[in-house]
Design a protein around this ligand. Structure first.
Ligand SMILES: [Zn+2]
Length: 239
């Protein structure tokens, strides 16, 4: 992406590190925009927070913000936290348009936007952010999308990313979503982290201490978990 500044759009606190370490660790000005960083009203904790052992969702969000600062500092990066409510907190008036508007406020006019592709994700969070990035593209930004880990690896690695022998199902699932975005495997940019960067990525991912056990329970069987060594992005064509 050359010398231009880059903003990685991260639905949750951890997505940029899990999927775009090669950019965070790379040269140039790289910022992160975390979308779902809002605290819910006090009350019983929400489902993912319960799954990850929290007893209070307000406290948990504060812990996650602290973890993210630590993780990004390993790459010398910082984030804008947009404060939208995560799906688990059942937001009432969230919209793709509102997310796109806030992103436009924090992303420099000439920055390259790198956003989730929303490959085989469940729920709406990643998909809403991906759709918001398409709105930024329509308003003139250069937009790239990334394979969002660990969700995109729900059926394992596509064979073409890392030579996986059993990637046929993942190949099809990725191709379906990529077709919606107007890209395919031939236009993918695959970054393979070297040993040093794998180690630093592992250190950064491990900083998300409240999340790592929950992620392991859901995705620990995937090869390379949690510092997935191959990261994939696509540049989207202008509309
Ligand atoms: Zn996420």
């Amino acid at each position: 992406m050359g010398a231009r500044s880059v903003t990685i759009v991260s639905p949750h606190l951890d997505d940029a590190v899990l999927s775009c370490w090669h950019l965070l660790a790379g040269p140039g000005t790289v910022e992160v925009a975390n979308v779902f960083t809002g605290s819910p009203q006090p009350g019983p904790p929400a489902w993912w927070d319960v799954f990850t052992g929290a007893t209070d969702s307000v406290t948990r969000m504060q812990e996650r913000l602290d973890e993210d600062r630590t993780a990004l500092s390993i790459a010398g990066r910082r984030a804008h936290n947009l404060g939208f409510l995560d799906e688990q907190y059942e937001p009432e008036n969230r919209s793709v348009e509102a997310i796109a508007e806030r992103l436009a406020e924090v992303i420099p006019r000439d920055a390259v936007v790198v956003a989730p592709a929303a490959i085989t994700v469940l729920g709406e969070d990643h998909r809403d952010v991906s759709d918001a990035a398409l709105m930024l593209r329509a308003s003139g930004h250069e937009v790239h999308v990334y394979a969002d880990y660990p969700h995109a690896l729900r059926q394992g690695w596509p064979s073409w990313v890392n030579g996986s022998a059993d990637g046929a199902t993942a190949d099809i699932l990725w191709a379906d979503r990529l077709a919606e975005l107007g890209v395919d495997r031939t236009s993918a940019e695959v970054a393979e982290l070297d040993e040093r960067e794998r180690g630093r990525k592992l250190q950064a991912v491990s900083a998300y201490r409240t999340q790592i056990d929950g992620l392991a329970a859901a995705f620990g069987h995937v090869a390379g978990f949690p510092a997935f060594p191959h990261e994939v992005t696509w540049r989207l064509a202008r509309p």
